[in-house]
Design a protein around this ligand. Structure first.
Ligand code: G3I
Length: 383
C-alpha cells in the first residue's frame, strides 16, 4: 500500500484540524495545561499529532527549531505547533547568540521562540550554557569561572520566571571523542576542561535557578564506547559531588547501515547505568542518516530510516525514556544538508548523493514520511 494512503493524507490532517478548531479535541484547554494533550487519548490514532501520541503515554515529542524560519515560514510554524510539545532552539541560546560581547546580553531571537512556546503550550529546552562551539570570538574555551558565572547569571536569570523554559543543557559535548583529544583519561574531558570546572558550572546554575531540570548533553554515547564510558563516569562524578543533575541528554545523531549493526546491548547498558544513577536519560537531538552502501531508491531509504527510528525508540521506551527531541522536524531545515556540516567525505564529495540525506520525520515539502509513522507507532506501542 502506498505509504501516503497507509498513514497520512492531507484529508486526514484537514479533518483533524477541523476537529481542533471546533474544540472537539479541547485544543483551547491545551494552552493552559499539558495534561490536556492526553485528555484526547480516546480520539487519537497513528495520524494524530506526535505531541498527542506522546502525551497519551506521559511523554513529550519535539524538535530543534530556528526563530528566523519560524517567522518566515508559516507552514513550518504551523507544523511545529501541531506536532511538538517541547522544542530546543537551534542556536538562539548559545553563547554567541546571548552574550555576543562580554557582559552584553541579548535575547531577542530566543524570546521569539519562548513567546511561540507560550502561545502553543510547548515546553522549551534551554540549549546550552557551555559548549566549545557556538562561541563569540572573544570567548576562550574553556571560559574562566568568572566568565561562566556572569554568563549563567545573565542567561538563566533572564528565564528564571519563564513558564515555558523547563530544562537546561547545562553543559554540552564536554567529552572528547577519543583518548588523543583529552588530557584526562578518567573523565575524557576536552583538553583544558577540569571536572571541578564542570562541577562549579552546575553549582552556579543551581544557585541561579534550581527550579529547572539540569542536563549533561553529548553525542556518540549511544552504545558501549570509550566516550560513553567517560560520559557515565562524569555523570557519576557530578552525582558524587552532590551537585544537582537531573538528566543526561543523549543527542542521538545516528548512523544506521546495512553494513554494520547498531550496538543495542551497549545502548541498553548506557540507559540502565543512567537509570541506576537516578539520572534520567532523554533523547535531545535525534536524526538518522543511512550510511553507504545506499539503497537504490528514496522509497527504500525512507523505509530504512523509518525502521531505524522504530528500532531505536522501542529501546528507549523500554527503558522509560519520556522525552524525544529530533534535531529539526523537516529535511528542509536539517543541519545535515548544510554544506558546512555535511557528514563524511562520501556525501561531501558527491552532490548526487545529497538527496539521500533524509534524516527527519517530514520531508522538504513538509510532508510526513515513513519516519513520522514509525515515531507515531513507537509512541503508540510504548508501555
Ligand atoms: O543564520 C545565519 C545566516 O543568517 C547566515 O547567512 C549563515 C551563513 O553561513 O549562517 C547562519 O547561521 C548558521 C546557523 O547554524 C543557522 O543555520 C551558522 O553559520 C552555523 O554555524 C550554525 O550552525 C549550527 C551549529 O550547531 C553551531 O551553532 C547548526 O545549525 C546546528 O544544527 C548545530 O547544532 C549542534 C548542537 O547545538 C549540538 N549538537 C550537534 C548539533 C549539530 O551540529
Amino acid at each position: 500500500m502506498p505509504y501516503r494512503r497507509k498513514f497520512l493524507t492531507r484529508a486526514g490532517y484537514t479533518t483533524l484540524s477541523a476537529l481542533l478548531t471546533m474544540g472537539f479535541l479541547q485544543k483551547d484547554k491545551q494552552k493552559e495545561d499539558h495534561s490536556t494533550d492526553s485528555i484526547t487519548a480516546n480520539y487519537i490514532n497513528v495520524n494524530s499529532p506526535l505531541r498527542q501520541l506522546a502525551a497519551a503515554k506521559g511523554k513529550r515529542y519535539g524538535a530543534a527549531i530556528s526563530s528566523d524560519i519560524l517567522l518566515k515560514e508559516k507552514d513550518y510554524a504551523n507544523l511545529i505547533a501541531r506536532e511538538c510539545s517541547i522544542v530546543t532552539p537551534n542556536g538562539e541560546l548559545k553563547w554567541n547568540a546571548t552574550e555576543p560581547q562580554p557582559g552584553q546580553f541579548t535575547f531577542e531571537s530566543a524570546d521569539a521562540i519562548a513567546d511561540f512556546c507560550q502561545k502553543h503550550n510547548i515546553d522549551l529546552h534551554g540549549h546550552t550554557l557551555f559548549w566549545h562551539m557556538g562561541r563569540p570570538d572573544w570567548l576562550p574555551y574553556p571560559p574562566t569561572l568568572k566568565m561562566i558565572e556572569r554568563h549563567v547569571k545573565g542567561v538563566m536569570g533572564h528565564y528564571r520566571k519563564s513558564k515555558v523554559l523547563k530544562s537546561w543543557d547545562i553543559a554540552n559535548e564536554i567529552i572528547a571523542d577519543n583518548e588523543n583529544e583529552t588530557d584526562n583519561l578518567t573523565y575524557g574531558l576536552r583538553k583544558g576542561v577540569k571536572p571541578e570546572l564542570i562541577r562549579d558550572l552546575f553549582l552556579i546554575a543551581a544557585s541561579v535557578d534550581n527550579s529547572k531540570k539540569f542536563y549533561l548533553n553529548d553525542f556518540g554515547i549511544e552504545g558501549a564506547t570509550w566516550k560513553s564510558e567517560r560520559f557515565l563516569k562524569m555523570v557519576e562524578y557530578l552525582k558524587n559531588s552532590g551537585v544537582k543533575i537531573d538528566g543526561a541528554g543523549l543527542q542521538s545523531h545516528l548512523w544506521f547501515s546495512t553494513a554494520y549493526g547498531f550496538d543495542e546491548k551497549g545502548f541498553n547498558s548506557v540507559l540502565k547505568r543512567l537509570n541506576d544513577l537516578e539520572v534520567k536519560p532523554i533523547i535531545t537531538e535525534l536524526d538518522i542518516i543511512i550510511d553507504t552502501p545506499l539503497p537504490d531508491s528514496i522509497k527504500k531509504l525512507d523505509q530504512m530510516v523509518a525502521d531505524s527510528y522504530k528500532r531505536y525508540l522501542d529501546l528507549c521506551f523500554a527503558a522509560k525514556v519520556d522525552t524525544v527531541i529530533t534535531w529539526g522536524l523537516t529535511d528542509r531545515h536539517s543541519w545535515i544538508r548544510h554544506p558546512d556540516w555535511m557528514p563524511r567525505k562520501t556525501f561531501r564529495d558527491n552532490p548526487n548523493l545529497w538527496k539521500f540525506l533524509r534524516p527527519l520525520p517530514f520531508d522538504e515539502n513538509l510532508q510526513a514520511k515513513s519516519a513520522r509513522n514509525a515515531i507515531a507507532q513507537a509512541f503508540e506501542q510504548a508501555t
